[in-house]
Design a binder for this molecule. Structure first.
Ligand code: CA
Length: 392
């Protein structure tokens, strides 16, 4: 009884009408229906990388009760895959989902937003973007293109790609027509490679027709889907030009500023989600795809050390040359370089030791696994008892 009367009094004290009414009004006023179009640079068949845009769109719709709708269009559907930045810049679409380095032809500074050769892995890229000053630097740069950027995906370290012939020495790179994403083509040009910029969906026909000699895309899961193993059998690694490329949502700045604050927060959170989700998906799916490719006769090859060393040297020269003539690039490159150096030293300590130990431990466990029972032999006898015998 006493409690009830207390509540009654408290209710009266709160002046229910005065507080509740504005709350309702505010909710109604801040939830307009917003419909955006998103131009992706990727084909629908690639559920991982194209899927990042869908992760964003679905979360945004779910978190706004369907009030904020983002319609995702595959590369070429409403905007050519490699023209999506123009479409955002001039407001043809509100946003796009793409890899910033595709646009290095406009300005190589774009590439820092994704990956540059011998740069960061996915973890380091996130560290730089979110907590290392990267976001501020890139936002300042993209502002000139009427865009604001959000990390919304990462593929993790990529493979070096598909080659018809083996790469044994630096000389084997001469004259090689190689489809390569991002700025990796710049240092490779110094070594005689003829780099080709081709969107994901168009690579296979070019490789099949022999218009190009080699092509890289992402990694086992996507590459197997695109069928590159049918037209080139040597699968090289690492994709040193893409240690952990970030995929971005670029939003037209006016469209962004016109959004209610709640929608801005929801969109930003959805991009964080897409960034984590895409990398997790690639990491979960790549091992199985790689096993399948190897079982189908793909020849896995590491780039030889002297080839990597020559590429590294050519890359450092490239950065010095661009920095000398492009102040915007230099402004990002100088702090980026310092951040990377610290990251590499840090990762060299516990991450590297842990990874290397695990690799060795797992390999030696596999080596000690019991052999298959001999044909016609007693299947039961082999496993348990042969294990100790296999141990040296
Ligand atoms: Ca690539």
């Amino acid at each position: 009884m006493e409690r009830r009367s207390f509540l009654k009094k408290a209710g009266a004290g709160l002046a229910a009408g005065a507080v509740a009414a504005p709350a309702v009004a505010q909710t109604a006023g801040s939830s307009p229906t917003v419909t955006w179009r998103l131009a992706s640079s990727f084909p629908k068949s690639l559920d991982t990388i194209y899927g990042g845009a869908e992760v964003v769109a679905k979360r945004v719709a779910a978190a706004t009760g369907g009030k904020f709708q983002i319609r995702v269009f595959a590369g070429g559907e409403i905007v050519p895959a490699l023209s999506v930045v123009d479409a955002v810049q001039n407001g043809t679409v509100e946003c796009c989902h793409t890899v910033p380095y595709y646009f290095f032809g406009k300005d190589p500074t774009f590439a820092f937003g994704a990956a540059i050769p011998f740069g960061m892995n996915a973890r380091q890229q996130n560290a730089w973007m979110y907590h290392g000053g990267g976001l501020e630097l890139m936002r300042e740069f993209y502002r000139e293109y009427n865009m604001i950027n959000f990390a919304a995906g990462n593929t993790g370290s990529q493979m070096g790609g598909w080659f018809r012939k083996e790469i044994r020495t630096v000389n084997d790179l001469k004259g090689l027509k190689f489809r390569i994403g991002g700025t990796g083509g710049l240092p490779l040009q110094k070594l005689g490679v003829v780099p080709q910029q081709i969107a994901g969906g168009d690579i296979y026909p070019s490789l099949e027709k022999g218009t190009i000699d080699a092509a890289e895309w992402v990694g086992p899961y996507d590459d197997e889907k695109l069928g590159f193993n049918k037209v080139a059998k040597y699968y090289y690694y690492p994709g040193w030009w893409e240690g952990g490329p970030e995929i971005d949502l670029f939003v037209n700045i006016k469209a962004w500023e016109a959004l209610p604050k709640e929608y801005q927060a929801i969109l930003e959170a959805a991009c964080y989600e897409a960034n984590v989700d895409m990398l997790a998906k690639y990491d979960a799916l790549n091992p199985g795809a790689l096993k399948k490719l190897i079982a189908n006769g793909v020849q896995l090859r590491p780039f030889p050390n002297d080839v990597l060393a020559a590429c590294y040297k050519a890359t450092q020269e490239t950065y010095d040359e661009i920095s000398a003539k492009n102040a915007k690039f230099k402004k990002v490159y100088e702090p980026w370089k310092v951040f990377l150096k610290d990251q590499v030293q840090w990762f060299a300590v516990t991450e590297n030791r842990f990874d290397n130990f695990m690799i060795a431990a797992q390999r030696s466990t596999q080596a000690r696994a019991p052999a298959a029972p001999p044909k016609g032999g007693a299947a039961k006898a082999a496993p348990a008892k042969s294990a100790p015998a296999a141990k040296k």
